[in-house]
Design a protein around this ligand. Structure first.
Ligand SMILES: Cc1cc2nc3c(=O)[nH]c(=O)nc-3n(C[C@H](O)[C@H](O)[C@H](O)COP(=O)(O)O)c2cc1C
Length: 219
């Protein structure tokens, strides 16, 4: 521990952790894929497990606006069906407008969304102001928590998909779930334990291809 660390930093230093756990952590970080098909729709996801994951999610960075995140876990069969119905409509509208067909994997999620043990809406109290910097701060204070939630779920064998389609029908979803005015919905994570899912790293550009040093464009 060096003298340059302040008290808060010092609390965080744990070198043993770095030696022992990076393999597992890196695996979770690089294999948290969208899981729409290989899911166990019969197996309930315990509320305590979800709340453990939410506790981890709320360790994400948060801007000066403070902890405005709220998590709405929807288990009620009727509400899930209503949400799934809206999701289907948006998907059909969107793909029709773009002249594209619905991929089999997206179709699978759509078809069985109402059977998911739970749908988690990651909500935030407030609205971003119109400026660019306000948007960066606003969404930067909620979306990292949503991603941490996906990671924490993945680490427990629970599959999810990052979905944002429902934001096109925010008012309707608010009506179904009694979400008050002034609360914004960001992503919705449909969750279920995975079943025979083989999750592997995605095919992405190598770090060297997307990283510059000192000057834009310089590698
Ligand atoms: C901003 C954003 C919005 C997304 N919205 C949806 C969505 O509404 N429904 C869905 O099934 N997937 C959605 N996805 C998931 C992508 O389709 C997914 O990342 C893509 O299928 C690649 O798969 P992977 O996550 O396993 O790499 C979204 C992803 C992002 C980043």
């Amino acid at each position: 521990m060096t003298n340059s660390l302040n008290a808060d930093d010092a609390d965080l230093v744990d070198t043993d952790f770095i030696d022992t756990d990076t393999v597992h952590i890196d695996r979770v970080l690089s294999t948290t894929r969208s899981v729409r098909r290989k899911l166990d729709f019969e197996r309930p996801v315990e509320q305590q497990v979800i709340e453990d994951c939410i506790s981890i999610a709320t360790q994400a960075p948060v801007g000066m606006g403070g902890e405005n995140w709220r998590f709405l876990v929807v288990r009620d069969e009727r509400k899930k069906s209503q949400v799934a119905g809206v999701y289907q409509e948006v998907m059909h509208e969107l793909t029709a407008a773009r002249g594209i067909s619905i991929k089999a994997t997206h179709q699978a999620l759509m078809d069985r969304m109402h059977e998911m043990p739970a749908l988690i809406f990651v909500c935030v109290i407030g609205q971003p102001e119109s400026s660019y910097s306000s948007n960066v701060a606003f969404f930067g204070s909620i979306l990292p928590a949503a991603w941490s939630l996906m990671l924490a779920l993945r680490a427990r064998g629970i599959g999810t998909t990052w979905t944002s389609l429902l934001s096109a029908r925010e008012a309707e979803i608010a009506g179904i779930l009694d979400i008050p005015e002034g609360v914004m919905q960001t992503v919705m994570l449909p969750i279920a334990y995975t079943k025979d899912a083989r999750l592997k790293p995605a095919d992405r550009l190598a770090a060297g291809e997307v990283t510059f040093v000192d000057t834009w464009g310089s590698r």
